[in-house]
Design a protein around this ligand. Structure first.
Ligand SMILES: Nc1ncnc2c1ncn2[C@@H]1O[C@H](COP(=O)(O)OP(=O)(O)O)[C@@H](O)[C@H]1O
Ligand SMILES: CC(=O)OP(=O)(O)O
Ligand SMILES: [Mg+2]
Length: 409
């Protein structure tokens, strides 16, 4: 096949991108990646970085002031950065041509259950889901319109974070609200699906004996969730109707008593927009610590009492929810850590795993510190892994699937 494919993954603290050169319409692998990089949002780690497939730095720049994200945590990377990023990519690939772009889209709602080519209608339908994903959906969709205007020949595809969780049993999709809500799509969906799909696709290679067993994947980044896999498919996850449920996150509460929301609305007389801002952007690690949403910065402030409390509650909630998923799975064969914190924070992995010593989880301390793939000790009853996620690869595979389908139809 001729032509390159661009993938964009808008997270809550970064825009990650990659360019792939598929050899044919066969299974795409990491080897087909031409370059990858990220625009990070705030603080000392903000900037524009790209690497070639061997990991060599191609660019490492602070963003020009006029398009810099500045001090605006959890507002997503500004759409204006897309154009210079795209221009840099096009200059780098020279005479090769981008033929398609795949976008991570957070929410597909009840109707978008597989990767879909963008049209005006698709864009309108997904825009209507913004209230269910206020932190991500605008940032995920903004580059679609920008590319449509500036690169009209590029075919664009939506690849959903919700799709992987369609296998949740019906009972796990249900919310205990009056029946009419489920009929309008108010139910549990789950997110980080591209990441979980990638980890599930890696299991037969990294853990052939347990790939068909009971696995919990901990996707711990700025957004954080857990997924229970049985035989490689999702049977439960901590996020729900929105990416606000479940674990504590960089700036999000995770699950809280809805009574706290009623208190904000009735006693504090806050507007709905204010409440959205508090729950999505001012809470979590940032809200409790009063210092930062970024675990790298929190680890440097470990003498600070509020920081300690933030990390303590973050860890406690992970342990609680892993316990609940073990009950749902009826036991555990493997635990996999991934995403920014899961891949890099050895202390967090240590503290979470220590809470499951009673079940026979034993970490190999030096493997954990070196971030090896297998971090459990030989005598651990449950295998523990660190596996870097790769949402871009899954986006590109989905795009290729769509291109393949349209070619054969
Ligand atoms: N070396 C590190 N040590 C600890 N935490 C890290 C490290 N690198 C990244 N992180 C954490 O990971 C987060 C980013 O994770 P990522 O999965 O890329 O998030 P997102 O997709 O939401 O942008 C950062 O906000 C930070 O909290
Ligand atoms: C679903 C979600 O929270 O995504 P991210 O971690 O990329 O912000
Ligand atoms: Mg992410």
């Amino acid at each position: 096949m001729t032509g390159l494919i661009l993938t964009l993954n808008s997270g809550s603290s970064s825009l990650k991108f990659a360019v792939y050169r598929p050899v044919d319409f066969g299974e795409l692998t990491e080897k087909d990646c031409v370059l990858h990089g990220a625009i990070d949002e705030v603080g000392e780690h903000s900037g524009f970085r790209a690497f070639d497939n061997a990991g060599n730095i191609l660019v490492d720049e602070t963003l020009p002031a006029e398009i810099s994200c500045g001090d605006r945590p959890a507002r997503g990377v500004r759409n204006e950065v897309i154009i210079p990023c795209l221009e840099w990519i096009e200059a780098h690939i020279g005479s090769e041509v981008l033929i398609a772009a795949g976008h991570r889209i957070l929410h597909g709602g009840p109707h978008y259950t597989q990767p879909t080519r963008f049209s005006k209608q698709v864009l309108a339908d997904l825009t209507a889901l913004i209230p269910l994903a206020p932190l991500h959906q605008p940032a995920c969709l903004a580059p679609v319109s920008t590319l449509e205007k500036t690169r009209p020949d590029l075919q664009q595809f939506a690849c959903f974070d919700t799709n992987f969780h369609q296998t949740l049993p019906e009972v796990a999709k249900r919310l205990p609200l009056p029946r009419r809500y489920s009929e309008t799509g108010v139910r549990r969906y789950g997110f980080h699906g591209l990441s979980y799909a990638y980890i599930a696709s890696r299991l037969p290679e990294i853990a052939p004996d347990i790939a068909t067993g009971r696995v919990i994947v901990a996707h711990l980044g700025n957004g954080a969730s857990l997924c229970a896999l049985r035989n490689g498919v999702s049977i439960e996850t901590t996020m729900s109707l929105t990416a606000l449920d479940g674990l504590i996150m960089g700036t999000r509460t995770g699950a809280i008593d809805p009574g706290a929301v009623i208190y904000m609305l009735q006693t504090e007389q806050r507007s709905a927009d204010d409440v959205v801002d508090i729950l999505y952007r001012q809470s979590g690690l940032l809200g409790i610590s009063g210092v930062s949403s970024d675990m790298r910065l929190l680890r440097k402030e470990n003498g600070n009492f509020s920081v300690k409390q933030a990390i303590e509650l973050f860890t406690y909630r992970i342990v609680q929810e892993i316990g609940a998923l073990i009950a749902v799975l009826g036991g555990l064969d493997a635990l996999v850590f991934t995403a920014g914190i899961g891949e890099h924070d050895a202390a967090l992995r240590h503290d979470v795993c220590s809470a499951f010593a009673w079940m026979g989880i034993v970490l190999d301390q030096s493997r954990n510190d070196q971030m090896s793939s297998v971090i459990s000790a030989e005598d651990s009853k449950i295998c523990v892994f660190v596996e870097p996620t790769n949402e871009n690869l899954m986006i590109c595979r989905a795009v290729l699937g769509c291109l393949n389908e349209s070619r054969s139809s």
